[in-house]
Design a protein around this ligand. Structure first.
Ligand SMILES: Nc1ncnc2c1ncn2[C@@H]1O[C@H](COP(=O)(O)OP(=O)(O)OP(=O)(O)O)[C@@H](O)[C@H]1O
Ligand SMILES: [Mg+2]
Length: 251
């Protein structure tokens, strides 16, 4: 099964130019949305922090008042909800906000190794074997290292969550022409054909407590780098997310 992350009338693999057109259309749409989102977020953040601060002061005013226990509990609930609102706003901005790329030439294999080292303790605790299989070429790409790591981390977290009973999480790199491919594969639950067309939509989730912004954010980051993301999956056997990034020499 193959999917580029958008709904199509013809599900066959799209041509290179259709893919590029879709990528640019999405970036344009997000840039417009980002302008609005930035303004709205600014308008919301200030009153939200005022509410937060005043709740804290109120809690301090009532400290030590044994007869105010119910009020304490209510304030605690309000503070939790205000934190949740601020988090929702941050998640949304990470996806739709202005994304400034600080591009530098990066060794993609080194970046993958860093991610493996960083993520190893979590996979170990979840009985997931994490390993990397890196190409010999040591490819260089112009990347924003932090954003690219964020994109990979979202894929690695999803992979781990898809293997509740343990399994293999493998990251492979290989070079083909002027592109480098980074495959993040798991031996987890796989993705149903019904879910497949919606994976990259903002707020699409099948998880309890999931936000559904992980893949939408990852695709945004990759497409801002002139890259592409593709997914193949076999229900019951596992999933592979492929990042296709232009090599530095290709520019
Ligand atoms: N490796 C995977 N294996 C199986 N299903 C996956 C995998 N990656 C993504 N999915 C499916 O795609 C959905 C969307 O993923 P996405 O990362 O965008 O959101 P999420 O993981 O549900 O929430 P969060 O915002 O916390 O990342 C998931 O809910 C899951 O159904
Ligand atoms: Mg996720």
């Amino acid at each position: 099964m193959n999917n580029q992350g958008t709904r199509r009338e013809h599900p066959e693999i799209p041509s290179r130019s259709t893919r590029e057109h879709d990528r640019l259309a999405r970036l344009h749409q997000l840039a417009t949305l980002g302008e609005l989102a930035g303004g709205l977020a600014h308008e919301l953040k200030n009153p939200l922090s005022t509410v937060k601060l005043n709740l804290q002061l109120l809690q301090e005013d009532l400290a030590g008042r044994a007869d105010m226990e119910r009020s304490h509990a209510r304030i605690a609930t309000l503070r939790r909800e205000v934190d949740r609102l601020a988090e929702t706003l941050d998640d949304f901005l990470r996806f739709a906000g202005r994304m400034e790329l600080h591009l530098t030439p990066m060794h993609i294999n080194r970046l993958v190794n860093d991610m493996v080292d960083f993520f190893q303790p979590q996979t170990h605790a979840a009985a997931v074997r994490l390993h990397a299989s890196l190409c010999p070429e040591d490819p260089l790409c112009r990347l924003d290292g932090n954003l690219f790591k964020q994109a990979m981390l979202n894929l690695m977290i999803n992979a781990m969550q898809a293997m509740p009973g343990g399994g293999d999480l493998i990251i492979r790199t290989h070079v083909d022409g002027n592109m480098v491919f980074v495959d993040v594969s798991d031996t987890g639950t796989g993705i149903s054909p019904e879910a497949m067309p919606h994976l990259f939509e903002a707020y699409f989730t099948t998880k309890k407590g999931g936000t559904g912004l992980g893949l939408a954010t990852t695709r945004r980051i990759i497409e801002e780098h002139q890259g592409h993301i593709q997914v193949t999956s076999e229900p019951g056997r596992g999933t592979n997310f492929r990042l296709e990034m232009p090599l530095e020499t290709a520019e």
